[in-house]
Design a protein around this ligand. Structure first.
Ligand SMILES: NC(=O)c1ccc[n+]([C@@H]2O[C@H](COP(=O)([O-])OP(=O)(O)OC[C@H]3O[C@@H](n4cnc5c(N)ncnc54)[C@H](O)[C@@H]3O)[C@@H](O)[C@H]2O)c1
Length: 322
């Protein structure tokens, strides 16, 4: 990883018990003191257990929607804000949760930063803010933003508050719009779903949508490396897409998973859905333009297909073979 790792800092990682968060902690620990804030809503302690007992690590079981509890946390040098309702699919049934955790929760973190004089936030936003973009690959300058999920809308609102707080109070915010992130410790997403379905039924795999949905996948090591590479060189509030220059179809992912599980004749059953989408609010083709990231000097290790292939192997070794 050719990232510029910070050192000697007190860093608060919200959502640090989760998939990307636990990889961030792994990357930062020992060169820095890391405090994780997580209410363990989406995942238990399994990914942070190995850090417990490390004198540079602290875990606070706090909900970011609890403004008073967040305000009582001591100051830090940097916040990496990853806590969120990451269930994009559930939004159409429960839109308010997206707002409360992703938008209002972010405002609570910003209020904490303002009151404690924390100077910088790195924020996990998403490609979903662009909605159904007409320009693909989609650059950071694309507009207007018309998200088609409440998850995307809640991330868009959070971005706006980070921008406004940085204007009002002089803190800086790096907003990262992630593509689909895959790799070690993932507990959701298409690879995870396929493996779990195939564990129950070895001969048939239900695929949401028509299988032609194509998205760009980024390995979590490349995601974390890119975040801190940009952090080292970008001093102002700014937005970066983090993604890949290629895309992988859902059908191709199904093939990687069945091959990884050494399953021969699996019947792919396509659930169809509206316009072949996986669910209401699913974007059918998503690829972020990453020229700005490349111009900043970052190069991913894995292409989209490679990231999926590596992540399938990692997921099988974590979730267990059949
Ligand atoms: N994984 C992806 O492909 C992807 C893509 C785009 C953006 N993101 C964003 O990246 C971030 C990390 O995603 P992830 O994939 O690691 O998801 P994750 O669900 O594994 O991690 C999120 C963490 O936040 C915690 N959390 C949720 N609600 C909380 C609350 N109210 N208070 C405190 N903690 C809370 C969860 O327990 C979990 O540990 C999220 O903000 C997500 O929206 C992820």
């Amino acid at each position: 990883m050719n990232a510029h790792k910070p050192s000697g800092l007190d860093i608060l990682v919200t959502g640090g018990a989760g998939f990307i968060g636990s990889n961030v902690v792994d990357f930062l620990l020992n060169d820095n003191r890391v405090t994780v804030v997580d209410n363990l809503r989406n995942v238990d302690e399994r990914f942070i257990r190995k850090f417990m007992g490390n004198r540079n690590f602290k875990f606070l079981k706090v909900d970011i929607t609890d403004r008073e509890a967040i305000a009582s946390i001591p100051g830090h040098d940097l916040v990496v804000h990853l806590a969120a309702n990451s269930d994009v699919r559930g939004g159409s049934e429960d839109p308010v949760t997206d707002f409360r955790i992703n938008s209002e929760g972010t405002v609570n973190i910003l209020e904490y930063m303002r009151k404690r004089g924390v100077p910088r936030i790195m924020f996990a936003s998403s490609s979903t803010v662009y909605g159904e973009a007409k320009t693909i690959p989609t650059p950071e300058t694309y507009g207007p933003y018309l998200p088609i999920s409440t998850y995307g809308a809640s991330k868009m609102a959070a971005e706006g508050f980070i921008s406004a707080y940085s204007h009002y109070y002089g803190l800086t915010g790096l907003i990262f719009r992630f593509a689909n992130i895959v790799g070690t410790n993932s507990t959701h997403g298409v690879i995870f779903d396929f493996i779990n379905k195939l564990k129950k039924n070895h001969s048939e795999l239900e695929i949401l949508g028509d299988g032609t949905q194509r998205k760009s996948y980024l390995h979590v090591n490349d995601c974390v490396g890119a975040m801190f590479h940009v952090n080292a060189i970008s001093k102002q509030t700014d937005i970066y897409n983090l993604g890949n220059t290629s895309m992988t179809s859902v059908r191709r992912i199904a093939e990687y998973v069945t091959t990884g599980l050494k399953l021969g004749n699996v019947n792919f059953r396509f659930a169809g859905g509206i316009d072949g989408r996986g669910w209401k609010g699913d974007v059918k083709v998503a690829q972020l333009g990453i020229e700005k990231l490349s111009a900043a000097g970052w190069k991913n290790r894995y292409s989209s297909d490679e990231a999926v292939e590596v992540a399938v192997t990692e997921a099988i070794s974590q979730i267990g073979a059949l």
